[in-house]
Design a protein around this ligand. Structure first.
Ligand code: MLT
Length: 407
């Protein structure tokens, strides 16, 4: 009799955004005359920047010619893209990251989810709450937790993000081995200062821990004091892995391209105390399980780093930030307190009541979809996340409908 990985039975039946999609589809099918505006999942709506479209066309033409056709590329990504990333995302911000330390992939979600494979099973996890569910669920699947008791898995140190701490988790007093951090934060939109990140780097160095730093939303940072990369902090090269994505920066949610940075200076140890390179381990994993991102997609990603590309992606993220400002203003006017929306595309609204109930209320009375905070963790209860990813017309219409519904 074939047996299952029983860790899966500890999970909730479906992934948060699948659950929401199912509820919204049921509502839409039952109310065909009431168009729904989706400000739930952070999926982009605006078309790709023209530089990316031109690069896709040109690269497709190359693929159609014998002389320029390409089969398998390097699993880690083409040098032209890794060099552009190293120069523009890191060297330009004073971070010493070598192109060889960059692994191009088809998504930060996959990388954030897969990275735990290279670490031991019995290590101590520290994960913020609320949080992007992928970090927790992939560790549950891998068997690093006990059962879920009252909304929390045994075996995880949860880092509470609450109104009282401005949604920035405090450094735990106990030791942890693997720490997940995300800034600008999904779902709260909070950003961390240099001093706050430096305290985490210091903690990780003291405990010989590793920080998994999700910076998928860094291109939305407008405050010049806020670091874009954890490598802007001294010593981070010894303790941090960083995840980046083109999904929200350049509208690539359907195009798929991202990258992970694993400095060669990152070390971890086996049970016998021997030192290992995490870069070498991830390289082994990546080359075994992944065959690289399509050449035209990597060309489209590299186009973002041209002058025109940088202007176009800046305009794109600014467009969504203008949506975010409208949402934030409207929710404040309705008397809610909010975080995020200024350096992040998400507005975290303290609604002061059951978050699924509020989700149902907005869906039924306003035909607007948000994300219930409880879906991101216990501390998310009492909040909803509103995404700025939609057209201006839809955002304006959604805000009018919400105001009407809450009268
Ligand atoms: C979200 O809505 O949190 C994101 O779209 C999820 C993702 O990027 O995978």
């Amino acid at each position: 009799m074939i047996r299952i990985n029983e860790n899966y039975t500890k999970l909730k039946a479906s992934y948060l955004f699948s659950d929401i999609a199912r509820r919204v589809n049921t509502f839409a099918a039952a109310h065909p005359g009431q168009p729904v505006i989706r400000l739930g999942i952070g999926d982009v709506t605006e078309p790709l920047p023209p530089v990316c479209v031109e690069a896709l066309h040109a690269a497709s033409d190359e693929m159609g010619q014998r002389a320029t056709f390409k089969g398998y590329g390097p699993e880690q990504g083409y040098a032209f893209l890794r060099e552009a990333i190293a120069q523009h995302d890191f060297a330009a911000r004073g971070c010493a990251i070598d192109p060889d330390e960059i692994f191009v992939s088809d998504g930060a979600k996959c990388d954030c989810g897969n990275i735990q494979e290279i670490f031991a099973h019995d290590l101590r996890l520290a994960i913020p709450d609320p949080v992007y569910p992928v970090y927790v669920d992939t560790n549950v699947m891998a068997g690093r937790t006990g059962p879920n008791v009252d909304g929390r898995y045994e075996g995880i140190t949860y880092l509470d993000c609450t109104p009282a701490n401005g949604y920035i988790p405090a450094i735990p007093t106990a030791a942890s081995d693997l720490i997940y951090l995300c800034f600008p934060n999904n779902p709260t939109g909070a950003v961390a200062t240099k001093a706050q990140l430096a305290a985490w780097v210091d903690y990780a160095r003291r405990h010989r821990a590793i920080i998994l730093f999700d910076a998928a939303y860094e291109s939305f940072i407008r405050d010049p004091r806020i670091p874009h990369s954890i490598y802007e902090i001294d010593g981070a090269r010894e303790v941090a892995i960083e995840f980046r994505s083109f999904s929200k920066t350049a509208g690539f949610t359907g195009t798929r391209c991202a990258f992970t940075v694993i400095p060669k200076s990152l070390k971890a140890w086996d049970a016998a105390g021997h030192e290992h390179s995490l870069h070498a381990m991830w390289n082994r994993r990546h080359t075994t399980k992944f065959n690289g991102v399509a050449y035209p997609i990597q060309r489209a990603a590299a186009a973002i780093y041209t002058d025109a590309g940088r202007q176009q992606t800046r305009a794109l993220t600014s467009f969504y930030l203008e949506n975010a400002a409208l949402i934030r203003k409207a929710m404040l006017q309705l008397g809610f307190t909010c975080s995020g929306g200024d350096n992040a595309p998400y507005i975290w609204v303290n609604v002061g009541r059951d978050s699924w109930e509020f989700f149902d209320l907005l869906l039924n009375r306003a035909q607007v979809v948000c994300t219930p905070g409880a879906g991101f963790g216990k501390c998310g209860e009492g909040h909803v996340r509103i995404s700025a990813f939609n057209s201006r017309d839809n955002v304006v219409a959604a805000l009018e409908r919400i105001a009407q519904a809450l009268k």
